[in-house]
Design a binder for this molecule. Structure first.
Ligand code: NAD
Ligand code: UD1
Length: 334
């Protein structure tokens, strides 16, 4: 199939391009490079020894998107493009609402005009808010704690209503838990700009000596060791989940949690990182981070049953591959 991948130069998008190309699909990437580099496209091509078509465009630009659909017979869209920094979304709500919801509408409209029936959307576990764990797809969504989370819930609703009005439209809403790690080659991975907000990139930069020590946000949560528990998923498992979902997409809306189903605490992750990689990660315990929840992990039975997909890689592979990627980056980078 010819698959349009928006945000394909980004972290999750680039890994998914690898899996799509290896599965024999043709890939067209649209990315404005606001949080990524064009060289990632070259690296994906080197890993797979296959070519992609790259459009350096903004997917909120209706005319630019129309040109892609006019140039190629698109069979499906995987929409990763979006802004994702939670704290920034509180400071710049309009940028987040505009970018993340208008892009979804522009792409859905182009699909309608061109009879493209398959649409896969990057949603987030953040839409569950403070529901009871494990999070199940049938739960009512709670208001998100920040504009970023709201943009995901709104985009989900836009796509649900579009599918209601068009019986052939096939939508997959993939709710990612906490993607970490990198391609096994160490060639592509997560490269946050500035000081990382998320745990794993922070840990890798402490291990490398770029940052002095990790601040552990709270050890008084009702969890086994008091630190926050999350469902970390290897980015390659996540990428494979997209291709499984694409292969089995049928008309209507299908919601899937993509996680491992296993909760890991901050201190468990740090310990695994130190043991597997033979490096030290100094840390100090701090107060809780505002907006954080104690635990987040998925019920993954629906994806297993309906997509025949299951995360294969565990925490050891996640910390090993995250470190391999960080280790090969030039020290001056970032
Ligand atoms: P990323 O920032 O690495 O990738 C997003 C890509 O989209 C970037 O390459 C960026 O340049 C591009 N982009 C943003 N706005 C664009 C626009 N208007 N037009 C064209 N390109 C645009 O982020 P990621 O971690 O790969 O996340 C991909 C998607 O998954 C996002 O929608 C994100 O919200 C969602 N998600 C991510 C996580 C996570 O922890 N990484 C968790 C849940 C959901
Ligand atoms: C964050 C986002 C969430 C988003 C998710 C995946 C916030 C409030 N939430 O969630 O919306 O969907 O990323 O991108 O930003 N931690 C530390 N020290 C650090 C960093 C994190 O102790 O320096 C802890 C956190 O308190 C948490 C765990 O590590 O318990 C994971 O944090 P993080 O990687 O930021 O992910 P989430 O909080 O799940």
């Amino acid at each position: 199939m010819n698959i349009l991948v928006t945000g394909g130069a980004g972290y999750i998008g680039s890994h998914t391009c690898v899996v799509l190309l290896e599965a024999g699909h043709e890939v067209i990437v649209a990315d404005n490079l606001c949080n990524s580099k064009a060289e990632t496209i070259d690296k994906v091509e080197q890993i797979t020894n296959k070519k992609m078509v790259f459009y350096p465009i903004d997917v909120t630009d209706e005319e630019a998107v129309e040109r892609i659909f006019a140039d190629h017979k698109i069979d499906g869209v995987i929409h990763f493009a979006g802004l994702k920094a939670v704290a920034e979304s509180v400071e710049k709500p309009l940028e987040y609402y505009y970018n993340n919801t208008v892009s979804t509408m522009v792409l859905a409209k182009a699909c309608q005009r061109h009879g493209v029936e398959k649409f896969i959307f990057s949603s987030s576990a953040t839409v569950y808010g403070e529901n009871e764990v494990p999070f199940v797809e049938t739960m009512d969504l709670l208001p998100a704690a920040n504009p970023y989370g709201e943009t995901k819930a709104i985009s989900e609703r836009i796509l649900m209503d579009t599918a209601k009005a068009n019986s052939k439209f096939s939508v997959s809403l993939l709710r990612y838990f906490n993607p970490v790690g990198a391609h096994e080659s160490g060639f592509i991975g997560e490269e946050p700009t500035g000081i990382p907000n998320n745990l794993m990139p922070y840990v890798t930069q402490v291990a490398k000596g770029k940052l002095e020590k990790l601040q552990v946000f709270g050890n008084d949560y009702p969890t086994p060791d008091g630190t926050g528990v999350r469902d970390y998923i290897h980015v390659m498992d996540l990428a494979e989940g997209h291709v499984a979902s694409l292969d089995r997409l049928t008309p209507g809306v299908h919601i899937y949690n993509l996680g491992t189903g296993q909760g890991i605490s901050v201190l468990q992750l740090v310990k695994a990182f130190e043991e597997v990689n033979g490096v030290r990660v100094p840390y100090e315990i701090m107060g809780r981070r505002p907006g954080d929840i104690a635990e987040s992990y998925a019920d993954v039975s629906k994806a297993e049953k309906e997509l025949n997909w299951k995360a294969k890689r565990g925490i050891k592979e996640m910390v090993r591959d995250a470190w391999r990627f960080e280790s090969q980056l030039p020290a001056a980078q970032k």
